[in-house]
Design a protein around this ligand. Structure first.
Ligand SMILES: [Zn+2]
Length: 275
């Protein structure tokens, strides 16, 4: 959980001949200066304790120019939702096709995702479509798995959670990332089965895993898929980053369980991560 930042300020820094936008935040509970690069949006975040001066914080960031450059180089390229770009839907690449004169909203057709209407609304409409698709696919499966296990789901919400593909609360509320719709169907099913199984076992014990195995086959294959490709899915629908350097390479990111954010060792020295 994040502390609530006391103060926040955007700084334009020239670090190692590169123009960077750095978000400086002051945290009452921070004990030292720290830096991190948000693996999803490429934002450089500089945290300072209240007693440290802004000047010291800037000097600290400048001193870590190489570290920042390395972290930025590890990031994946964002893929904005735009005409002609490819996005995975149920594990298969679809090309986004803007059809301004059509009046059909958003529809899938032969590996195309067609969107009518004005270009300005294209990205938002695609986001909405993914959420709707996620709702239509995930909710019935979750209810049917719960029924198989003799449990009841209190509520299901579809979100753009960065840190998890799904979650289950102690009172039976489930939450899923709409980005699951980008994964192959078996992977989506695994994540749903995983969360629904928490309605029986609120832990990751052997009993929990055998419950998951009652619902689906080959869960190891699906967890492996998420480890290898899951982090990559977060770049879809993002707009360009300010700090985005050229020559970025793809990276898989280390993932545990069904956490969905690549775990980058973000802070330096004795770390005091703030997010
Ligand atoms: Zn779990």
């Amino acid at each position: 959980m994040a502390d609530s930042p006391k103060k926040e300020e955007m700084l334009a820094l020239s670090v190692d001949n590169r123009d960077l936008t750095v978000r400086l935040t002051e945290h009452a509970r921070a004990r030292r200066l720290s830096l991190r690069v948000d693996p999803i949006n490429g934002c450089v975040v500089l945290v300072k304790p209240r007693r440290a001066s802004k000047k010291a914080a800037i000097a600290f960031a400048e001193d870590k120019a190489d570290w920042i450059a390395d972290r930025l180089a590890e990031l994946v390229l964002p893929v904005p939702f735009a005409d002609g770009t490819e996005v995975p839907i149920h594990g298969e690449l679809h090309t986004i096709r803007h059809c301004p004169e059509a009046r059909r909203g958003v529809w899938r057709e032969n590996n195309h995702l067609n969107i009518s209407g004005a270009a300005d609304h294209l990205s938002r409409r695609i986001h909405d479509w993914f959420r709707d698709e996620a709702r239509h696919v995930i909710i019935p499966i979750a209810h049917s798995y719960a029924e198989t296990l003799g449990r009841t789901v209190t509520n299901i919400s579809i979100r753009d959670t960065r840190s998890r593909w799904g979650s289950c609360s102690a009172d039976g509320r489930l939450s899923f990332s709409w980005r699951l719709i980008m994964t192959p169907t078996e992977v989506t099913h695994y994540v749903i089965a995983h969360e629904v199984s928490h309605l029986c076992e609120f832990n990751h014990s052997a009993r929990f895993w055998s419950t998951v195995d009652q619902l689906i086959d080959d869960r190891r294959e699906q967890t492996q898929w998420l480890k290898e490709h899951g982090g990559d899915l977060h770049r879809y629908g993002l707009n360009e980053w300010k700090n985005n350097p050229s020559g970025l390479r793809s990276q898989s990111g280390a993932l545990r369980g069904i956490q969905s954010t690549p775990q980058s060792g973000a802070t330096q020295e004795p770390s005091d991560p703030v997010s």
